[in-house]
Unconditional design. Structure first.
Length: 123
């Protein structure tokens, strides 16, 4: 039984060591960095040009939708590679193929829905 709890002790010790290491690194960074605040250093940096206007502006939702759709289809491509390995080694390739057809079908329905709602039009 002691070997069982020893594993948790090892994980706890490594976790404490990791947190302490990061904390010490941040502490040394704070102590060793040069601190000479100037008005120029505290302004917002925009390509070397002084900022103009307010810092708050509205962003259209379609940019977030594009990013969300990209993530969905990027994750789909990540799942295709392990599926290919499973498909190659499978005893029942028809079942594995059917599962992937259902997976791609669900994503295709989502893409069709986005296309019908005109989400994919940029302007």
């Amino acid at each position: 039984m002691s070997g069982y709890f020893w594993q948790y002790g090892t994980i706890a010790a490594l976790s404490i060591f990791g947190v302490a290491f990061v904390a010490v690194a941040f502490l040394f960074n704070r102590l060793m960095r040069p601190r000479k605040p100037h008005r120029e250093k505290l302004t917002t940096y925009e390509c070397g040009i002084d900022p103009v206007g307010e810092g708050w502006s509205q962003t259209q939702v379609r940019y977030y939708i594009f990013a969300f759709l990209f993530v969905i289809f990027d994750v789909e491509s990540v799942f295709l590679f392990p599926w290919a390995v499973v498909f190659e080694r499978s005893r029942n390739p028809g079942l594995v193929l059917a599962e992937m057809v259902v997976f791609i079908g669900v994503l295709a329905v989502g893409l069709l829905y986005a296309w019908r709602k005109k989400v994919l039009e940029w302007l």
